[in-house]
Write a protein that binds this ligand. Structure first.
Ligand SMILES: *[C@@H]1O[C@H](CO)[C@@H](O)[C@H](O)[C@H]1NC(C)=O
Ligand SMILES: *[C@@H]1O[C@H](CO)[C@@H](O)[C@H](O)[C@H]1NC(C)=O
Ligand SMILES: *[C@@H]1O[C@H](CO)[C@@H](O)[C@H](O)[C@H]1NC(C)=O
Ligand SMILES: *[C@@H]1O[C@H](CO)[C@@H](O)[C@H](O)[C@H]1NC(C)=O
Ligand SMILES: *[C@@H]1O[C@H](CO)[C@@H](O)[C@H](O)[C@H]1NC(C)=O
Ligand SMILES: *[C@@H]1O[C@H](CO)[C@@H](O)[C@H](O)[C@H]1NC(C)=O
Length: 870
């Protein structure tokens, strides 16, 4: 009897629970208005109000301080890392040598978003390397035994930012308490900046907890730590462009894609934002305008998962918020797919149009998963087409993803261990300490720099040497199997050595970060030897600063360039590792790609795409090659512009190439342009547009930005200048510098500009192009090149604008009439189906499609008329 009552009660409870869960999931979150409450933007240790490079004013922290005993002291950082982007709030700090903190008045009924900024520098006689501390807010443990110095180095960031969305404080007070770690003698706490922003409750639903039956997680009872926030398939969205004043940063998702199978990205301007499912506080519009989907080939898509991998702390529950907005489909069952988290099914059938009821309507979905020790360090998110209902397309889509850590209930804590410094970084740091940054070397030496006093992270400026060389003699037009499709079976490839397939952390490559390993294929020495016929001298296609470059063949047919490190050079080993770390995270159709690496028995080798057609220069002049037709030259310029645009905007950091020239634009067997030899230079997580790096002048004469030369300040506009020279070089088929000519003609940049201004440009156009160039096209092309060569960086267009203009020039070349129609802003193309078809055929090989076919052409035109920055 008793048993039955119990059972009955239990069933009732269960049913109630189910109903609650179901309704919670069915109902769209009600629109939420951010509470009108003051935000705090505090520069700790500052003496007066300061304006950051982001234009915001940061308050001094004095009036919020809460302490007993001696007043915590203010300090100034010894050195400003150029990658910080802004001096405020990083250059001043508040030091807590005893427990102390801040007190903020907050609304009693609203969540607050709180951010802490830590810049691990030297503050007076205190070195951040000796700082270990705990941080609690209203009794919630946010950090414990935290070392900003270790985190900075392990993550190779200039600074560390920690962001939390905390539950409302009924007392109306937010008590922030820093406690130096008792385990270390002389340990202290420090903080550079604090932001407190009352927010709308955007965490009020109950997502399912995977793997635990019908269990859900009631987010209204949790604090959340933001781990990752990505604008999938789109650019970095800086804090100023975030919605609802939350000032979040949305990064590009590319570095988190597993295995190099990154599908295609799509931009759709028309988005019904905000929607009934997505109030503004959830995410800014830009998140929903860009997306990533799978490849164009259904057969390929069936075989792989579009996968993102996130490094997380074990023993916590994570909430993964996925943002969707399908701007291509119009009906249900066109593009259904399944969603997996940590290899468990999160959503059997995800059909964005079925969810939203229409094209271009944003929606988001939350899922929770407990990540135990057994899951390792990585949280996996995978999408796979679901063909059960025989849909129209075999595809999947994602627009944005956020990963949040939920506080542990038992401990009311978010705290995890300090990240481990990869062995590669430790070795590198050891090296820097020993040699105090003394790399010698000529043009090909890597410079691992920006490290002063060993306090900053490895915010390095890496100059990568020419990596992919080419054969002197070759038959023009030799085809080879397209390398991009060979990206597909990266991991678990049967050709891959058993070591790497079994475990991603083979002992051999233990000094590489998990992400680098995940993104790169690991080759055994055996495979490399096989590929190069045991390093056959006859296969050498070039000699770099630290070893030979061989042409090789992998997987039976794929031609590659293999750079072997000189085994005698310890220095070389470090540089190789750095190169893998950096390059593995950059993948784009128009960048020379690192396919993989070998690290075995003291032998290191890097494997790159083989560029069958060599450099652009030798197809313009100085090479006995048939002249390239104009349209092909234009397409090569567009490809190179796209590669550079990606470096500038697509990655987490703005990367400045620093040595753009025709010998660094390589051509593969299909004449696709690929930018090589990137002087990788991180300029910090896109804090603002003014970010620049001061460095010694590097680059090639004839291409050098005069402003860079004068002020030694590097911005992405330096690349734009050099690219302008490349454009003229392509048009005129002569070197950037030709000392054998008369004085006024020596520099192509000067000479071409002079001719352009005098309307005599046609006289210096490559005679071999006679009759090949359409007049409108020539005008557009020359105007673009001219703007690139503007004396001051601010008057030069961005690489994105250059790209638009070149695309436009190509249209003018192909169909001058159509282009005129477009100039008037009339729509071309047509309905959805047509648009999609067109995209399927043209976008095929495009890894990064920054302009979808929905782009309003009149906007392009207005951008041309009124370039940004004027
Ligand atoms: C202020 O600091 C004191 C100790 O210094 C602490 O007891 C008190 O809780 C703090 N106030 C808040 C709101 O955290
Ligand atoms: C951010 O906003 C500014 C001003 O509205 C705009 O010019 C810029 O393109 C935006 N950037 C991004 C990445 O959305
Ligand atoms: C996770 O929990 C298990 C069991 O309690 C423990 O052995 C392990 O060390 C924890 N891992 C981390 C990273 O805290
Ligand atoms: C995709 O991921 C799921 C979950 O991990 C797995 O079961 C499935 O086999 C994967 N599919 C492919 C084609 O890799
Ligand atoms: C998911 O599956 C992949 C292989 O398909 C494996 O490498 C990974 O460790 C798995 N992840 C988890 C969290 O179990
Ligand atoms: C604190 O962190 C350091 C560095 O990660 C670690 O070596 C040490 O064991 C930690 N101490 C405690 C008490 O957890």
């Amino acid at each position: 009897m008793k048993y039955r009552t119990c059972l009955l009660l239990f069933s009732v409870l269960l049913i109630t629970l189910l109903i609650i869960t179901a309704t919670a999931q069915e109902e769209a979150p009600p629109p939420m208005i951010p509470p009108k409450a003051p935000s705090y933007i505090v520069s700790c240790g500052a003496t007066e109000e300061e304006t950051g490079d982001d234009g915001r004013s940061w308050q001094p922290d004095d009036k919020y301080l809460n302490y007993t005993g001696e007043k915590p002291k203010a300090a100034v950082a010894a050195y400003q890392d150029p990658n910080l982007g802004s001096a405020v709030p990083f250059m001043s700090a508040r030091i807590f040598e005893a427990p102390g903190g801040y007190k903020f008045t907050v609304p009693t009924d609203a969540r607050v978003m709180i951010r802490f900024y830590f810049y691990a520098s030297t503050y007076g006689d205190l070195d951040a390397a000796n700082s270990y501390f705990a941080l609690t807010v209203n009794g919630f443990q946010l950090l414990s035994n935290f070392s900003a110095s270790i985190a900075t180095r392990a993550l190779t960031q200039a600074y560390i930012m920690k962001e939390f969305s905390l539950l409302p404080s009924p007392s109306g007070v937010l008590g922030v308490l820093f406690t130096p770690s008792a385990d270390y003698k002389g340990a202290f706490a420090f903080v550079n900046g604090v932001e407190v922003i009352p927010m709308a409750d955007i965490f009020d639903d109950s997502p399912p907890l995977l793997g635990l039956g019908d269990q859900t997680v009631d987010l209204t009872t949790y604090g959340l730590q933001s781990m990752y926030r990505l604008n999938v398939g789109g650019e970095v969205i800086p804090p100023a462009n975030d919605s609802a004043g939350l000032r979040r940063t949305w990064y590009n998702d590319f570095p988190y894609i597993f295995g190099g199978t990154d599908g295609r990205t799509v931009y759709k301007k028309d988005v019904h934002y905000p929607s009934e499912y997505v109030p503004e506080s959830i995410a800014p519009r830009s998140v929903y305008t860009t997306s990533r989907s799978m490849s164009e080939d259904p057969a390929v898509n069936r075989k792989f998962n579009l996968t993102w991998v996130f490094q997380v702390d074990a023993n916590f529950t994570y909430m993964v918020r996925l943002h969707f907005c399908d701007g291509e489909m119009t009906r249900a069952n066109q593009r259904p797919f399944s969603i997996y988290l940590n290899n468990q099914t999160a959503q059997h059938t995800a059909d964005v149009i079925a969810w939203t009821g229409g094209k271009g309507i944003p929606i988001y979905k939350d899922y929770a998963v407990y990540h135990s020790d057994k899951n390792g360090d990585d949280l996996w998110l995978a999408l796979h087409p679901n063909e059960e209902s025989h849909p129209e397309f075999v595809d999947a889509i994602l627009n944005g993803v956020e990963v949040f850590k939920l506080n542990s209930v038992s401990k009311r804590s978010f705290a995890a261990r300090n990240p481990e410094l990869s062995a590669m970084m430790s070795r590198h740091e050891e090296d820097v300490r020993k040699k105090s940054f003394g790399y010698s070397g000529g043009a090909n030496a890597h410079v691992i720099g920006a490290i002063a006093g060993g306090v900053t992270g490895l915010a390095a400026v890496v100059v990568v040497s020419a990596v992919v060389l080419h054969k002197k003699r070759r038959t023009v037009g030799t085809t080879r199997s397209g390398s991009s499709s060979n990206w597909l079976p990266l991991y678990g490839n049967s050709h891959t050595s058993s070591k790497s397939t079994g475990s991603r952390k083979s002992t051999n490559s233990s000094h590489l970060s998990t992400i680098a390993q995940g993104l790169c294929r690991h080759f055994s020495l055996q495979e490399i030897k096989h590929a190069t016929r045991n390093f056959d001298e006859a296969k050498v296609i070039g000699v770099g600063g630290f070893g030979k470059v061989y042409k090789g063949v992998i997987d039976g047919t794929v031609e590659v360039a293999i750079k072997r490190s000189n085994p005698q050079s310890e220095q070389g080993v470090n540089e190789f590792q750095t190169e893998i770390e950096m390059l593995s995270k950059l993948r784009h159709k128009h960048l020379v790609s690192l396919i993989g690496f070998c690290d075995e028995d003291d032998e290191m080798a890097l494997v790159y795409d083989y560029m069958a057609n060599g450099t652009l220069r030798e197809h313009l002049y100085k090479g006995n090659n048939p002249p390239l037709p104009w349209k092909q030259r234009l397409e090569i310029c567009i490809g190179a512009a796209r590669g550079l645009h990606y470096l500038h905007t697509g990655a987490q950091y703005t990367i400045i190439h620093r040595d753009v020239k025709t010998t660094n634009i390589l051509l593969d067997g299909k004449w696709v342009a690929k930018v090589s030899d990137f002087g990788l230079s991180k300029t910090g997580p896109n804090l603002n547009n003014q970010a620049h790096v001061s460095t010694v002048v590097k680059g090639s004469f004839g291409y050098l930005d005069p402003e860079y030369f004068r002020r030694q300040q590097l911005t992405e506009k330096s690349d734009v200048y050099s690219f302008g020279v490349v454009l003229f070089e392509v048009l005129c088929a002569r070197p950037a510098l030709n000392p054998s000519l008369s004085k006024e003609q020596v520099s192509l940049a000067d000479w071409a500009m002079q001719c352009q201004r005098n309307g005599k440009l046609e006289e210096i156009v490559d005679p071999l192009l006679k009759g090949d160039i359409n007049q409108e096209c020539l005008k557009k092309f020359a105007d673009t090149a001219e703007k690139c060569l503007a004396d001051a960086g601010i008057y030069r267009p961005s690489m994105g604008d250059v790209l638009w203009n070149l695309e436009f020039a190509l249209q003018l070349q192909e169909n001058p009439k159509a282009a005129v129609v477009e100039q008037k802003g009339e729509e071309i193309g047509g309905g959805d189906g047509g648009g999609r078809r067109r995209e399927l055929s043209t976008v095929d090989e495009e890894v990064s499609v920054l302009m979808g076919d929905d782009t309003d052409e009149s906007e392009i035109f207005s951008q041309i008329v009124n370039p940004k920055g004027r």
